[in-house]
Each structure stands twice: as C-alpha cells, then as structure tokens.
Ligand binder design. Structure first.
Ligand SMILES: [Fe+2]
Ligand SMILES: [Fe+2]
Length: 425
C-alpha cells in the first residue's frame, strides 16, 4: 500500500482542502444553514467511503480511501502498521492465555469457553477471591478475542497482513478436567510473577522519572521460582470437597494457592496492557489508528482495576509445590496499612483497598503529583519492554528448544518495529 512519502506536504494539502471547503460553505449558505450543509457533505463522504472500500478491494490506491475518512488525519504510515501488527500479535498472546483460564475457570458457555464444563474445583477456588470471578474471567477472555480479531480485520482492511502465530502454538494443555487438548502459545504452569505493579500504583514515585526506584512486591515469593496459575492435572484439585454452594466447599491449600496465583497473574497481565497502549499511542500518526489505541487501551485498564481489587482478597497461606520445587506465601493484604513510598521504603504499605491510582510525579514535579497510568515511556512500557516482561513472566517456558526462541524472536522483531515508529505530523 502507499505510504506517506512527504508528510509535511500531505498534511498541508489536507488542511488547505478543509479550509477551502469551509470558505466555500460560508459563501454558499447562510450561517444558520452552514451546519446542516456541512453535515450533508460529511454524509456524502461517508457514502464515498463505502464506495472507496469496494474500490480498494478492486485494487484502487488505498491512500484515497484513507484520505476520505477524515480531512484532518494524515494517512496511515508504516509505523502505524508496525504498531497495529505488534498489538495484534500481543492480543493473540493474551487471547491464548485467557482462553486457558476461561476453559478451566470461566463461566462455561459457547461464547468463549467451549462446552467442556470447566474445572469445578478450580472455578470454585477462584471464587474465594470473589463470587463473580468466573464471569469476569469469561468476559476478559471475550474482550481479548475481540481485540485480536478487530486488529486483524482492520489490518486486512488497509491492505496489511496480520501476524499469524499459529505455527508457534506448540505447548501442551493442562491435563485437568475442562481444558481442551490443543497446542498453546503460552505456559501458565511455570510463572514468575512480578507483583510490583501493586506498590507502583500505591506510590508517589513514577518509574519513568526514577528508573532506579524499588517497588515492593505484593507477594514476594511469586517473583521467585516458578508457580502454576492453573491446575496442571486432576492431581492439583484432588482433596477438594465440592458443594453446589461454593462458599460451603473446601479446597486443599495447593489449589487455593493456584487460584490466588492466577488472581495476581490476571492483574500483572492487564497492567501491562494498561501502560502499553498509551505508550504506543504517542508514536501513532493517523487519527483513526490513534482512536483505535485510545479506545482499546482503557479496556485493559478496566481489567487491571478489577483484578487488583480481587487479588487483594487472597487469604494468608504458605504452600510448597513439589512439581515446581517452589513455595509461595500469601499474606492478608487487607490488614496492611498505608500507601507505598519506595522513595523511602518506609512503612507497612500494601493496603488492599487502595486501588485508585495514587497521584505521582509527571512531566515536571512543579505541576504537582497527578493520578495517571505509569509507566508510559518506550523504555519501560514500549513494545520491546512488554515482550521482555512476558518472557520474564515465564509465559513461553517449555517450548522446544528452551523458551521458544523463535516465537520470542518474532515478537521482538515486531516490537522493535513498533517502538521505532515515530509520529509523522
Ligand atoms: Fe487486550
Ligand atoms: Fe488485556
């Protein structure tokens, strides 16, 4: 497809065209009528767009289609496409992992989860965090499927190829009841979960301004060794006593720990998307592509906010997992008091219900602290940083050869192109 070769000239052409049209409007119609006249013109342009879309399919230059979408928008650049392709690939990764959670722990219907019936002990153990967990897991999965599908369809509509990660779906499924036996892109059984997002959002310190700041882990042991967030087989749910009323069921500590690990992993994944979208949005040129990023990104934030609220309901527990040769300890975060200040690392500072973002430094300290998403710098939350954090999370562990270097390589190549995109206005 045609890319912008001379952004300045093209932008000027759009602006001049809009000004000419506005001037013509004011000359042809009385002021009271001009609005309806403009609306009519926009309607006509909508019609042209539909015709253009058909013509595009017939091989007409896409730049004409794009130009007709919005007079104030620059055409889609190579950088925009790189960003969209990376996000489509990452949403495919997200879909893969959420699908696994949904098959085992989500509300079971044919919208997302298939008809495998789920894993009843795991689903009920997740409800120790909140009775709505199965519905939330189902809906988060539904959202990720929609993100990946939309981005793929949009890329095709502008003549760009979506990324196909299907050849990398080689990891085995859980053997526990409920899981489909299909190849997976991600491994949820050997995770190392960075839970520092917890204190980052409870702190005045912004990692973009203080890269050396240390943020306390909500669950330090999850950030060490390997932990499973799903039952690997029915052995991991054995010993559960299931009652139709989940509040009357009892579970072995290992299954509780697996459910709580999932709760923190949900929040870890979604805080990543929360920072990634606003970071990449700063590199977008075309207004419609910017609208896509600004519209999907906050849905990741809605997920994150929900999950960090639920994870805070984990109850105190220490469990040794012989399979992963690791142990995990959950504490009563509800009993913690106060906000985190890694600038001093003082205090008991992980209070569970402080889920609104603490105001933090932004742009210049002279403006005062402000409640924002952070980080939003390419270095800390750009595309490559996002891929590296998923690798460190252990999501790709277990591929042959070790850590699936080919998949990671492909993701990093896409990420590099996305991070190199520059706003071209
Ligand atoms: Fe997503
Ligand atoms: Fe997400």
């Amino acid at each position: 497809m045609k890319m912008r070769s001379n952004p300045g000239t093209e932008l000027f052409a759009h602006t001049a065209s809009t000004q000419d049209e506005a001037a013509a409007d004011s000359q042809r119609v009385a002021p009271s009528q001009s609005l309806s006249a403009r609306n009519r013109r926009r309607f006509l342009k909508g019609g042209m767009l539909a015709v253009g879309a058909t013509a595009f399919g017939a091989g007409l230059a896409p730049s004409r289609l794009l130009a007709s979408q919005d007079d104030n928008s620059a055409s889609i650049t190579k950088g925009d496409i790189a960003i969209l392709r990376f996000l489509q690939a990452l949403e495919t990764i997200e879909t893969d992992l959420w699908q696994q959670y949904s098959e085992l722990g989500g509300t079971q219907d044919n919208e997302v989860s298939g008809l495998n019936g789920g894993n009843v002990p795991y689903t009920q153990a997740l409800q120790l965090l909140d009775g709505d967990m199965p519905q939330y897991i189902h809906d988060n999965t539904d959202d990720e499927i929609s993100h990946a599908r939309f981005l793929s369809n949009y890329l095709e509509s502008i003549g760009a190829a979506p990324v196909d990660l299907t050849p990398f779906a080689q990891l085995p499924s859980s053997k526990a009841d409920g899981a489909r036996q299909v190849g997976r892109l991600t491994n949820l059984t050997q995770l190392t979960i960075d839970t520092s997002f917890w204190s980052r959002y409870r702190s005045i310190t912004n990692p973009d301004f203080d890269p050396n700041a240390v943020f306390a882990q909500a669950v330090p042991s999850l950030n060490v060794g390997m932990h499973t967030a799903i039952p690997r087989s029915n052995d991991d749910t054995a010993g559960s006593v299931i009652n139709p009323d989940p509040t009357q069921s009892t579970f072995p500590d290992l299954l509780k720990a697996i459910a709580f690990t999932a709760g923190f992993h949900f929040a870890f994944i979604e805080q990543g998307g929360t920072s990634l979208y606003p970071t990449l949005a700063q590199h977008v040129t075309n207004l419609e592509v910017l609208r896509i990023l600004l519209s999907i990104g906050p849905s990741e934030t809605m997920h994150f906010q929900t999950w960090q609220d639920k994870a805070g309901n984990a109850t105190p527990l220490t469990v040794v997992d012989k399979t992963n040769n690791s142990s995990v300890t959950f504490t009563a975060l509800q009993n913690a008091q106060g906000e985190t200040d890694p600038e001093s690392l003082n205090g008991d500072t992980l209070q569970a219900n402080l889920i609104m973002p603490e105001p933090t430094h932004f742009l210049n300290p002279k403006f005062g602290p402000v409640a924002i998403i952070r980080p939003t710098s390419t270095k800390l939350s750009g595309a490559q940083a996002a891929v590296n954090s998923l690798v460190q999370d252990g999501l790709f562990r277990g591929q042959k050869p070790l850590n699936n270097p080919e998949l990671v390589k492909v993701l990093l190549q896409l990420a590099e192109a996305a991070d190199e995109a520059r706003r071209g206005l």
